[in-house]
Design a protein around this ligand. Structure first.
Ligand SMILES: [Zn+2]
Length: 264
């Protein structure tokens, strides 16, 4: 069994342009597609085999209105978790598509390290579905930036690929220029929550030339994974200092309870 994960069109956005279909056909000719989560052959890029599909845990209601973390029971629409009350984040709301498990990890690692930027359009469509309540018209879509040294190593920023595709689908403004990573940070791999927060503190800034665009804006920050939230919070603080009115986060996957995972 094969499952095509591209969700149905949401909100009337035109999905699947001719250029995209052509690109997909060309990719299929050059590299026979395999399941995003394992090596089984599948019919098209962006598909999962039945077993990987059934293991993905999509985040659905009920979840915390602020952090987007799933609730075990339904406390009522708009309810906020104790964690969000005890430690209010620097952003307004966060949403993610799936919980970070083995299959989600493989999908993200394929995008990030496997040199497979063609996965980004599919992932962005899932993010559109999960982020429907934060992607308001007029929002500015801003990826979490890489430091330029790391960008040279990786050749592309996976978060920017997700953001660019999301902006294209929703016809909103893609603004990677609004945020810069001004110092290289250690990889967050293997760091605990406090170390992660220290590692990215003061690492981001809004360039002076674009501050006017940030003031009073609604920003949707895009990243591949929400782990402890340290990176997204550091980005949100930099944007808030320059007067952003509303800052929401949208990621593909989310670690369930904020516990750092060593291979991220
Ligand atoms: Zn599979």
């Amino acid at each position: 069994m094969m499952v095509n994960l591209a969700p149905h069109p949401v909100g009337g956005y035109a999905l699947g342009t001719r250029v995209e279909r052509l690109a997909r056909a060309m990719i299929n000719m050059i590299v026979p597609p395999t399941c995003l989560g394992c090596d089984l052959a599948v019919g098209q890029v962006g598909a999962l085999c039945g077993s990987c599909w059934s293991s993905l845990r999509f985040i659905e209601h009920p979840y915390c209105a602020v952090l987007g973390t799933p609730f075990a029971y339904d406390p009522g629409f708009g309810s906020v978790s104790l964690r969000a009350i005890a430690e209010p984040p620097d952003f307004d709301r966060s949403r993610s598509v799936v919980l970070y498990d083995e299959v989600a990890r493989k999908i993200i690692r394929s995008l990030k390290f496997g040199d497979r930027p063609e996965l980004a359009p599919w992932m962005a469509r899932w993010m559109l579905r999960a982020g429907g309540d934060v992607l308001h018209p007029g929002a500015l879509i801003v990826p979490v930036p890489l430091h330029r040294n790391r960008l040279l190593q990786r050749r592309y920023n996976q978060s920017a690929e997700l953001a660019r595709n999301l902006a294209r689908i929703t016809q909103q403004a893609f603004r990677p220029d609004l945020l810069q990573r001004i110092r290289p940070t250690r990889q967050q791999v293997g760091l605990g929550a406090n170390q992660r927060a220290r590692n990215v503190r003061g690492a981001f800034r809004v360039p002076t030339s674009v501050q006017i665009h940030v003031k009073s804006s609604h920003i949707v920050l895009i990243d591949d994974v929400y782990t402890t939230g340290a990176t997204l919070q550091a980005c949100a603080r930099a944007l808030r200092r320059k007067g952003a009115a509303k800052i929401d986060c949208l990621t593909f996957a989310r670690v369930a309870n904020g516990v750092a995972i060593t291979d991220l």
